[in-house]
Design a protein around this ligand. Structure first.
Ligand code: UDP
Ligand code: MN
Length: 507
C-alpha cells in the first residue's frame, strides 16, 4: 500500500512536471508582452457555442476542458455543444451521462437532422444567455489566458468582433504549434480564404489587436447584442461555406469592426480527411456564395461570377429579408469595405488579371535571327540564345506578366537571378509571383531589359550565347526587341505596381 502510494505521488509529480512543461511550451507561443498586459477588471460573461458532427470523444472534450481550465471561472456562464445529427453512438447517451456527471456548465443541444454548422451555431446562439458569444470548432484547444484579450475590446465597444490567433494542433500527433505570427484575413475572387500582411503600424503596436477584413471561420467572439442586431447568420445559408464572409462583411459594412487579438491563441486541428459524407444538398456552397455576393457585394459580385460563371445560374433563393436588413441597418456599400478596410486586397488579388505588358520572342537587336530560349537539353535551368524557330526543342515564347516577371508561355517557370553579381547567369526557376530576384522590366525606348532595382541589365556572350547579368552600359549586346509590347499597359504599369509594392525607382 505504502509502495503504491509512493508510486502514486511519483506519478502525480511526473504528471505535474509534464503539465508544467507543456504549459510553458504553450505559453511561449504568445508575444512576450502578453504576460504583462492588463485587462478590464470587470469583463462580460460568455456563452461558448461548439457545433459538432461526429467529432471524436477526446478532441471534443479537449475543447471543453481547455475552455474551462484556461478561462477565469466566473466568466464562463455556459458551454453549448450543438450536435448536428451525429451518428456515432458514444455521442449520444454516453456523452449525456458524462456531461451530466462531470461538466455542470455544459449543455447538449441536439439538432434533429443534419443541417450544417451554420444552423447548428445559430441553434446554440439562440439559447445563449451570456453577454458574449464565443464560437469554437469542436476540435480546438484554448490556449493560456485566451479569453480576456477577446473580451476586453468587446466590453469597451459592443460592436467589436474579436478573433483569436489560430494555432495548429497536429492531426497525427496532437502536438501544439504556432501557425505564424498573424495576418489579416482576405479572399480571392473564387472566394478562397487568403491572407494579407499585417500593416506596419500594427506591427509596431504588437501585441495590441489589429483590424482584419475577414475572419478565418469558426473561431470568434461577438457580443450577443451585436450578433442579433446583425440578424445572426443569414438563415438561408446552408450547411457550411461563405458564412465567414457574410458575417465579416456585415460587421464592417453595418457599423462594427473586427480585430485579431495576438494574445489570444486557440489551437485548431486542421483535418486531413473529412470524416463525414457530404450531405446531399446540391451545390450548397455555390448557393451560399451567391447569397452573400447578391446581398453584400454590390458591383463587386460581378468579379466573383467572372471567375465562377456557373454561379450566375444558381438560384440564391429569397433574399428579401437580407436586403431589408441591409437597408434597415443603413449599411455601407461594399466599395467602402474594399477601399477602406481591405484596401490592399485588389492589388494582391486582382479581380481581373491585368494583361501582360509584353509578350512573344525576345531577340538581340543586333542579331534578330537569335531568340532567347528556355529549353537547353539537360541544362534546362539556364537561358541562352538559339536560332529562332518553333519546334518541340524550342521554348522561345515569353510573357512579361503583371507580376513584373518574365514567364515561359508554356510552363510556370520564370527568369530568375539567384546571384546578381555581374557576369552571373540568368536561370529559370518556378515563378514566385512578384518581386525579389524575378523582377524584370523592359524599356521600349532604350531597349534595355533591366533587373531588380535597375542598375543591371540582361547581356549576352557572343561566343557561348549564354545570357548573363551586367551593369547597364547601353552597349549593343544589352539592346533587345520584344515581339509585342502593349504601350497602354506599360503606361499603367507603374500605377498598378505602386499600389502593390509602393513606389519604386524609375528603372
Ligand atoms: N460541423 C457541423 N456540421 C457539419 C459540418 C461541420 O456541425 O455539417 C462542425 C464541425 O464538427 C466543427 C465545425 O462545424 O466543429 C467546423 O467544421 P470543420 O471543422 O469541418 O471546418 P474546418 O475547420 O475544416 O474548416
Ligand atoms: Mn475545424
Amino acid at each position: 500500500m505504502r509502495h503504491q502510494l509512493k508510486n502514486f505521488y511519483r506519478m502525480k509529480m511526473l504528471y505535474l512536471m509534464e503539465h508544467q512543461n507543456s504549459y510553458q511550451k504553450i505559453q511561449r507561443y504568445r508575444h512576450k508582452k502578453c504576460q504583462s498586459k492588463k485587462y478590464l477588471a470587470s469583463l462580460p460573461t460568455v456563452s461558448v457555442v461548439v457545433p459538432f458532427h461526429n467529432e471524436h470523444w477526446s478532441t471534443l472534450l479537449r475543447t471543453v476542458y481547455s475552455v474551462l481550465n484556461r478561462s477565469p471561472e466566473h466568466l464562463i456562464k455556459e458551454i453549448f455543444l450543438v450536435d448536428d445529427a451525429s451518428t456515432k453512438d458514444f455521442l449520444k447517451k454516453k456523452l449525456d451521462d458524462y456531461v451530466e456527471k462531470n461538466l455542470k456548465k455544459v449543455k447538449i443541444v441536439r439538432v434533429k437532422e443534419r443541417s450544417g454548422l451554420i444552423t447548428a451555431r445559430l441553434a446554440g446562439a439562440k439559447l445563449a444567455t451570456a453577454d458574449v458569444l464565443v464560437f469554437l470548432d469542436s476540435h480546438t484547444e484554448a490556449n493560456v489566458n485566451w479569453l480576456p484579450p477577446l473580451l476586453d475590446p468587446i466590453a469597451r465597444n459592443y460592436r467589436t468582433v474579436m478573433c483569436p490567433f489560430i494555432d495548429v494542433v497536429a492531426h497525427d500527433t496532437f502536438e501544439y504549434r504556432a501557425q505564424d505570427e498573424g495576418a489579416r484575413g482576405a479572399f480571392d475572387w473564387e472566394f478562397f480564404y487568403k491572407r494579407l500582411p499585417i500593416l506596419p503600424k500594427d506591427l509596431e503596436n504588437m501585441p495590441e489587436p489589429f483590424e482584419s477584413p475577414v475572419m478565418a471561420g469558426g473561431l470568434f467572439a461577438i457580443s450577443r447584442r451585436f450578433f442579433w442586431e446583425l440578424g445572426g447568420y443569414d438563415p438561408g445559408l446552408d450547411i457550411w461555406g461563405g458564412e465567414q464572409y457574410e458575417l465579416s462583411f456585415k460587421v464592417w459594412q453595418c457599423g462594427g469592426r473586427m480585430l485579431d487579438a495576438p494574445c489570444s491563441r486557440v489551437g485548431h486541428i486542421y483535418r486531413k480527411f473529412a470524416p463525414f459524407p457530404n450531405p446531399n444538398h446540391g451545390d450548397f456552397i455555390g448557393k451560399n456564395y451567391r447569397r452573400v455576393a447578391e446581398v453584400w457585394m454590390d458591383e463587386y459580385a460581378e468579379y466573383l461570377y467572372q471567375h465562377r460563371s456557373h454561379y450566375r445560374r444558381i438560384d440564391p433563393g429569397d433574399l428579401t429579408e437580407q436586403k431589408e436588413l441591409r437597408k434597415r441597418l443603413n449599411c455601407k456599400p461594399f466599395r467602402w469595405f474594399m477601399t477602406q478596410v481591405a484596401f490592399d486586397l485588389i492589388g494582391k488579388y486582382p479581380p481581373v488579371e491585368p494583361e501582360p505588358f509584353a509578350k512573344g520572342t525576345i531577340r538581340p537587336e543586333s542579331h534578330p535571327q537569335l531568340c532567347v530560349d528556355a529549353r537547353r537539353g539537360k541544362q534546362m535551368d539556364k537561358l541562352y540564345l538559339k536560332s529562332c524557330m518553333e519546334d518541340a526543342q524550342s521554348e522561345q515564347q515569353f510573357i512579361f506578366t503583371w507580376h513584373k516577371d518574365i514567364r515561359s508561355k508554356s510552363r510556370n517557370i520564370c527568369w530568375d537571378l539567384p546571384d546578381s553579381t555581374p557576369l552571373k547567369p540568368v536561370v529559370l526557376y518556378s515563378c514566385h509571383l512578384g518581386g525579389g530576384n524575378q523582377l524584370w522590366r523592359y524599356r521600349p525606348d532604350t531597349k534595355l531589359l533591366k533587373h531588380g532595382d535597375g542598375a543591371k541589365c540582361l547581356d549576352w556572350n557572343r561566343e557561348t550565347r549564354d545570357l548573363y547579368i551586367n551593369w547597364c552600359d547601353g552597349s549593343a549586346t544589352q539592346r533587345w526587341t520584344v515581339d509585342s509590347v502593349d504601350q497602354k499597359m506599360m503606361a499603367q504599369w507603374d500605377k498598378v505596381m505602386d499600389r502593390v509594392t509602393g513606389p519604386t525607382n524609375d528603372y
